[in-house]
Design a protein around this ligand. Structure first.
Ligand SMILES: [Zn+2]
Length: 303
């Protein structure tokens, strides 16, 4: 039987009410323990890298990640996804994004994310549509973002409770409806109280705040869009909210800070890449089994 596409797998996850994690790789040696932990739990996940991780960390770029991934690949359990390629980046610089997508598709990435969330609605629609046309021609699903999942920026976040109470940056339901119809994106990253872990120098080692999620807003977004929704900033969200989110349309959840900090702390403490890899393996195993509850899920989503 041919392998299912990532688009089909994420659809299956949505149908049975679970979320497939996408584990971010800011350091190349994280890939081996990630793949092994996912396969050992007979689970399914994506390995991905975002532009900030090759600009500000050490993943080097889509080609280096694809090359390392190819050494450990287990396609029944893990596929490669291109995370956040922003149109305007976290430092307010414009990005020449189309060549990055063309390269990733050539390299064998099976899904991609365009992040036009720092643009106005019309420009976000236009940029996303451009990438959808490019990627769909190669049968690659596209994730887009609407609303503002804050945290990657250089400046500090407003106090979290203030942010949550005001709903600042939360994805608007009417805009989401229009956005999905006009762009024909496959998955939508939403802002419902989730925040990214800090990546700015001086703040990236801090413990991440414990975010909450507005599940009522999520349910409205699920009904309005009728496509798989994505939760970015998965690290540090209270578990009950994550489990709730899976029941209301979240079919993919991005996890970066948890495993990055596990790697960095172990490397700093021991000076050993092997020990840092062991820390990633242990943390990933815990995330799959205990936090997300998706050990043993492979056959149900990936056939
Ligand atoms: Zn993100």
């Amino acid at each position: 039987m041919p392998m299912l596409s990532v688009a089909a797998i994420i659809k299956n996850a949505r149908a049975i009410g679970v979320a497939i994690p996408a584990f971010n790789v800011p350091y190349l040696p994280m890939i081996e323990p990630l793949v092994n932990a996912i396969a050992d739990q007979d689970s399914f996940a994506l390995v991905d890298t975002a532009r900030p991780e090759w600009i500000k960390f050490e993943s080097k770029g889509p080609a280096a990640v694809a090359e390392e991934f190819a050494k450990w690949r287990k396609p029944d359990h893990v596929r490669l996804h291109l995370d956040h390629v922003p149109v305007i980046d976290e430092d307010d610089q414009r990005v020449d994004y189309l060549p990055i997508f063309k390269e990733a598709i050539t390299l064998g990435y099976e899904s991609v994310m365009i992040d036009g969330s720092r643009l106005c609605l019309d420009e976000n629609i236009q940029a996303t549509r451009e990438v959808v046309e490019l990627a769909h021609a190669a049968n690659i699903p596209v994730e887009a973002e609407l609303g503002a999942v804050l945290g990657h920026e250089v400046g500090p976040l407003p106090p979290y409770e203030e942010l949550y109470a005001s709903g600042l940056g939360f994805t608007d339901v009417n805009e989401a409806d229009r956005f999905v119809r006009e762009t024909e994106c496959d998955w939508l990253s939403v802002a419902i109280g989730n925040v990214h872990g800090a990546i700015a120098v001086g703040r990236k080692d801090q413990k991440k705040i414990e975010a909450r999620l507005n599940l009522d807003r999520l349910e409205q977004l699920r009904r309005a869009t009728n496509i798989p929704l994505v939760l970015h900033g998965g690290s540090g969200v209270k578990q009950a909210y994550v489990i709730g989110a899976m029941k209301h349309g979240i079919a993919k959840i991005n996890v970066a800070t948890e495993i990055r900090q596990a790697y960095e702390v172990a490397l700093k403490g021991t000076g050993s890449v092997v020990k840092a890899q062991e820390a990633v393996y242990a943390r990933t195993t815990w995330l799959l089994k205990e936090y997300l509850g998706i050990a043993g899920i492979r056959a149900r989503v990936a056939g």
